[in-house]
Design a protein around this ligand. Structure first.
Ligand code: PLP
Length: 385
């Protein structure tokens, strides 16, 4: 038989999945590795889906999504960020990951480079490699709140670079870009003629700063912002997200969806329409819950003398394990085997985070705090002499 696609067969797996598989049959494991809310989708959203099914929303929709949803998104972006976005600039997708992949497909040829954050969400690399383009990492500085190191960016960019992916609030870092960071990044993109793909799926989960979309400062039509429903509304299983782009780019993203998914699920789109147009109390409440969990987890780690990077947004926290001796074994695996806590290994996010682990704050309080206590005990026991 002929060989399978070499490029696709060689795609790196996310280290998070490896930990999930390893821990699947282990008893008494506390799971802090997965990035999804521990609560179900709010009732009013579920009921909207039920009504939509009974009202006949059981068919294909346009590639770009139902007009009613795109108009609701436009209204939401205006209320939230004072953005004026027309419905034909919005493309609804099967989750934000689909919007990111379709955007990269629409902008980047194979062999061209895309800048991605280090540490950054592992799927960026997978998306770029899967279409035979080239990911190039740029460093986020841990001690400066995980904002991009502009000198490193200048070093990483080449004439073959087509786009840069930025992510704020960031996974895994919890870093939130400020207005000056965004202006600097847009000036950099303009200088090197790059598209800016801005992943904003955690825009409703910001603790100290406020979320600023680069769309607000895009005077040249080079920003494509990607938003989701999974994290803000606890809708991971519904698979809805969207891209906001200049009309000429939105048209290509919409066309690219045709061979991939044709369109997002009609029922999920109606649920998303209710999520985005009804009062946003759930988003605000959950943001408060994540903040309280962050504060208590951070306090437990601080009291144990373990360095953690206090996130300003999203629902993860990075913990510094550079002082922890695991005799060459992956620290996340060593922790899982000895203490029964599953966490995301830092190395899966890039080389900057090799000596770190990531915990998810989207875990119910009792499990999260017990997991953090076990991490503290493990780190103290194996502290490098
Ligand atoms: N972007 C980041 C940074 C994420 O962490 C995730 C999910 O973990 C996504 C995008 C994808 O979200 P969705 O479920 O909408 O595809």
């Amino acid at each position: 038989m002929k060989a399978l696609s070499e490029t696709r067969s060689a795609l790196p797996r996310s280290g998070i999945r490896e930990i999930m598989d390893y821990s699947a049959n282990m008893p008494d494991v506390i799971h802090l590795e997965v990035g999804e809310p521990n609560v179900n989708t709010p009732l009013h959203i579920r009921e909207a889906a039920f009504s939509a099914m009974n009202d006949g929303f059981t068919h294909y929709t346009p590639n770009a999504g139902l007009l009613s949803l795109r108009e609701a998104i436009s209204g939401h972006l205006e209320r939230q960020y004072a953005l004026r976005v027309k419905a034909d600039q919005i493309v609804v997708t099967a989750g934000a990951v689909n919007a990111l992949a379709a955007t990269v497909l629409s902008l980047v040829e194979s062999g061209e480079e895309v800048l991605i954050p280090d540490p950054g969400w592992p799927n960026y690399e997978q998306i770029i490699l899967s279409q035979e383009s080239i990911p190039k990492r740029y460093k986020l500085s841990p001690d400066a709140g995980f904002v991009p190191d502009m000198a490193d960016l200048e070093h990483a960019v080449t004439p073959n670079t087509k786009a840069i992916i930025i992510n704020s609030p960031g996974n895994p870092t919890g870093g939130v870009l400020r207005e000056e960071n965004i202006k600097e990044l847009l000036a950099f993109a303009s200088r090197h003629d790059l598209y800016v793909i801005s992943d904003e799926v955690y825009d409703g989960i910001v603790f100290e700063e406020k979320h600023i979309s680069p769309l607000s400062y895009d005077t040249e039509g080079r920003v494509i912002s990607v938003f989701g429903f999974s994290k803000n509304y606890a809708m991971t299983g519904w698979r809805v997200g969207y891209a906001v782009a200049p009309q000429r780019i939105a048209a290509i993203i919409s066309k690219v969806l045709e061979p991939l998914i044709s369109c997002a699920s009609s029922v999920s789109q109606k649920a998303a329409e209710t999520a985005i147009s009804s009062p946003q109390d759930f988003v605000r409440e959950m943001c408060g819950v994540y903040k309280a969990r962050r504060d208590h987890s951070y306090k437990l780690l601080e009291e144990a003398g373990i360095k953690a990077f206090k996130p300003k947004g999203a629902f993860y926290m990075m913990i510094d394990f550079s002082d922890v001796e695991t005799n060459g074994e992956n620290p996340a695996l060593a922790l899982l085997k000895e203490s029964g806590v599953a966490v995301a290994p830092g190395a899966t996010f890039g080389s900057t985070a090799k000596q770190m682990i990531r915990i998810s704050l989207a875990t119910e309080d009792s499990k999260l705090f017990e997991g953090v206590r076990r991490i503290c005990d493990f780190a103290r026991k194996h502290k490098r002499k």
